[in-house]
Design a binder for this molecule. Structure first.
Ligand SMILES: *Cc1c(COP(=O)(O)O)cnc(C)c1O
Length: 404
């Protein structure tokens, strides 16, 4: 395996092919896919339009080490649709996007401290591989190999608690910014309480620290204008990945012109990558974004998801099994043993064993979920009625056989 989140016992399935909302493993078993590669495939597996665009681009070459037309077109699209994006720089992954955005925030403000949310995931680099420290003293590494000095400059607060964030800022002069998912997507789906994102915007402005939205999942998923467009809150910097690569490796960081001008070669903050802005990825990303921008696409995807979610919620209520299903747009997640999850701390109280039982039950009946309880189920434009019925019926079947 190339990533630990793909692991499960007794062994993970190995995928042979994908088409639309279905994947087939190397033994020939077919599954309705709700993992969808953890988010990039909003247009579905092997989308014919994306495939054609990519095939056409491969004839022109795959990488140049110089600016290319697809990359410029994608950046123009991003800058013209994402509210915070006055300038945009491509990377190869979401991890690199957040790493560069954090370095930029530090370079711009001249400060070292970075705040993140408990349960927020921003990829696999030192600043964000931290375990919550005790409030104001900074964090300890969550992985061996991360120097404690790297983790010490990262602070953790809870989602949906603007007061906690503000008191941290009141007691610390060395904070460059906060990096946060506007909708949490790496502890399951956790949505902002009314006014929370606005409050975070106000506090960051008042304290002169940068607000960074990590929209690697929510970018071009929550709406054509991403989460920031949906909620009407514009951060200083934004990171993206997943969908903007249309199923190929890509990431980007973007934001206010005066901040982005600090990036090399215009300014003194370094950022680079051999495959950054790769024309194949940019082609696939642009085709995906253009496809989803067609009239009614986001609306019908959301309606399809919400219909499925309400069916599953009804089944959960009827079964008497304790739990909740949280959802926004085309993302949802099932939490057992809790009634509502509003932050990372509460997400940890959900019943993981019951989730593992559901995962197993669904897998053996042809529905592939992300293996971990802290992940999100992703729907795509390619999920059809038959797939939705299968998901709902299999979930109902699981609830019926749960030992109460
Ligand atoms: C997936 C993810 C990342 C990391 O992106 P990679 O392309 O896997 O490096 C960063 N932030 C969030 C919110 C993510 O979900």
């Amino acid at each position: 395996m190339s990533s630990p989140v793909r692991a499960f016992k007794p062994f993970p399935i190995v995928i042979d092919s994908g088409e639309g909302c279905r994947i087939t493993d190397i033994d020939g078993n077919e599954y309705v896919d709700l993992c969808m590669a953890y988010g990039p495939l909003i247009a579905g597996h092997a989308c014919p339009r994306v495939n054609k665009a990519v095939r056409d681009q491969t004839r022109n070459g795959s990488v140049f080490g110089a600016p290319s037309h697809p990359e410029t077109m994608l950046i123009e699209k991003i800058v013209s649709t994402v509210p915070s994006a006055e300038m945009c720089r491509m990377t190869v992954s979401g991890t690199e996007a957040t790493m560069h955005a954090i370095r930029l925030a530090r370079g711009y403000t001249g400060k070292n401290g970075i705040v993140k949310l408990n349960g927020g995931f921003h990829g696999a680099h030192n600043t964000v591989l931290v375990a919550a420290g005790s409030g104001s003293v900074g964090c300890t590494p969550s992985s061996l190999g991360v120097p404690p000095d790297d983790a010490r400059n990262t602070y953790v607060v809870e989602y949906n608690d603007a007061g906690m964030f503000e008191s941290l800022l009141d007691g610390n002069e060395d904070i460059a910014g906060i990096i946060m998912e506007p909708v949490m997507g790496n502890v399951g789906v956790v949505t902002p309480k009314k006014g929370y994102l606005e409050e975070m915007r106000k506090i960051t402005r008042e304290h002169g620290v940068l607000l960074i939205f990590d929209e690697v999942i929510t970018g071009f998923r929550l709406s054509a204008k991403s989460a920031q467009g949906r909620y009407g809150v514009t951060p200083d910097l934004t990171t993206m990945g997943k969908i903007i690569g249309g199923g190929y490796p890509a990431g980007a960081f973007m934001g206010r012109r005066d901040i982005m001008e600090m990036v090399a070669p215009n300014g003194p903050v370094y950022a680079a990558g051999t495959f950054a802005g790769n024309p194949i990825s940019a082609t696939a990303g642009l085709e995906t974004i253009n496809l989803m921008a067609e009239k009614g696409r986001y609306e019908s995807l959301e309606k399809k998801t919400q219909d499925l979610v309400s069916r599953m919620r009804d089944a959960l209520a009827d079964s008497g099994v304790r739990g909740c299903i949280q959802s926004v747009a085309s993302m949802f997640s099932v939490f057992f043993g809790v009634d509502e999850v509003t932050d990372g701390l509460e997400a940890q109280k959900a019943d993981r064993d019951m989730f593992a039982e559901m995962f197993d039950y669904m897998l053996h009946r042809g529905v592939y979920l992300p293996p971990g309880p802290m992940e999100v189920e992703f729907m795509s434009a390619a999920h059809d009625e038959e797939a939705c019925d299968k998901i709902a019926e299999t979930f109902e079947g699981f609830l019926r056989q749960v030992r109460k």
